[in-house]
Design a protein around this ligand. Structure first.
Ligand code: SF4
Length: 308
């Protein structure tokens, strides 16, 4: 039997990138240490505030809500609110939203659900039907980001936490390098406050996806059997994910190295000169004359829905 490297109990997890075998308690402590360290780097919590937690009901955002509750429980000056987004993905999203609400209720965290159908008068399903050649993630992701920021700002949140894990971050870095999209790459971790934008934080960005699945399972916070979004196979991200997983299997630590390298480049580059202004159509903050959400909806022959 393999034993934990930190105590004599049986090991439950082997971290190939660190070489450590860990029992459930030491594994949990290791994951939560990474999250606490990441939270410290944001330097946002000195004076308390309201943290809006973006939740899909999947394992990552569920583990995020659970850990933030655990970490911030001793802080009376910090409140949490879960923000759920229903993008309109038939047969998939209903289940994950049920999970998200039930976890938030169990943790006694208030929650609010926003619907694409009410905010944009459309759904990811209907956008996918109109744009057969394009990955729906382009539309879905942009509109969700817009909605989450707007909701967090209207609630008076001081931070918007998302469940992006190490795999997501490494994939995004590589994806944007491959597309030559430097501007998007540098917006990945905003370094300076932007007017109208609630500071985004990614407390899980140093925790591998596999470890979040194990963490969620160990703590009984993610019911199995939701499957994944039906549009995942359309995304280029899936190819990047497979490439990175192959590299990680052959060269443990590749994903960490990619993210560390990107963070160093970003430190060297400094805050940049990215200027925010108001979108000429909907008034939301953007770096361009018309925000990406309005551009995408216009391309589909839609306006900003009932919000306008
Ligand atoms: Fe939206 Fe793509 Fe995520 Fe599905 S996989 S929820 S389409 S961003």
């Amino acid at each position: 039997m393999i034993r934990c490297d930190r105590c004599s109990l049986p090991s439950a997890v082997h971290q190939r990138y660190s070489g450590l075998h860990l029992c459930p308690d030491h594994f949990t402590a290791d994951v939560e240490r990474k999250v606490r360290e990441t939270l410290r780097t944001y330097r946002l919590f000195g004076r308390g505030g309201l943290v809006a937690v973006a939740m899909s009901g999947g394992k990552d955002s569920s583990a995020l809500l659970y850990m933030l509750k655990k970490i911030f429980s001793p802080r009376r000056d910090i409140q949490l609110v879960a923000v759920l987004v229903d993008e309109g993905i038939d047969g998939y999203r209903e289940q994950t939203l049920l999970s998200a609400r039930s976890l938030a209720d169990r943790l006694k965290i208030p929650h609010r659900t926003l619907h694409f159908s009410q905010e944009f008068a459309t759904s990811t399903d209907s956008m996918a039907a109109r744009t057969r050649a394009e990955a729906p993630c382009t539309y879905c992701g942009v509109l969700r980001k817009n909605l989450l920021n707007r909701a967090a700002r209207e609630m008076g949140a001081t931070a918007l936490a998302t469940g992006h894990n190490l795999d997501d971050e490494a994939q995004t870095v590589l994806l944007n390098y491959l597309r030559g999209d430097v501007e998007r790459l540098f917006r990945l971790v905003p370094r300076t406050p932007k007017e109208g934008m609630v500071p985004r934080i990614k407390p899980l960005r140093r925790v591998p996806e596999r470890e979040l699945a194990i963490y969620a399972h160990l703590h009984g916070i993610y019911p199995q059997g939701h499957g994944s979004c039906p549009y995942v196979p359309w995304a280029m991200r899936l190819e990047i994910k497979e490439i990175l997983n192959r590299l990680e299997a052959g060269h443990p630590g590749t994903k960490y190295a990619l993210l560390r390298g990107f963070d160093k480049i970003q430190d060297l580059a400094g805050p940049g000169s990215f200027q925010m202004r108001q979108c000429g159509r909907c008034g939301e903050p953007t770096g361009q004359e018309v925000c990406q959400s309005c551009q995408l909806l216009e391309r589909l022959g839609m306006g900003m829905g009932q919000r306008l």
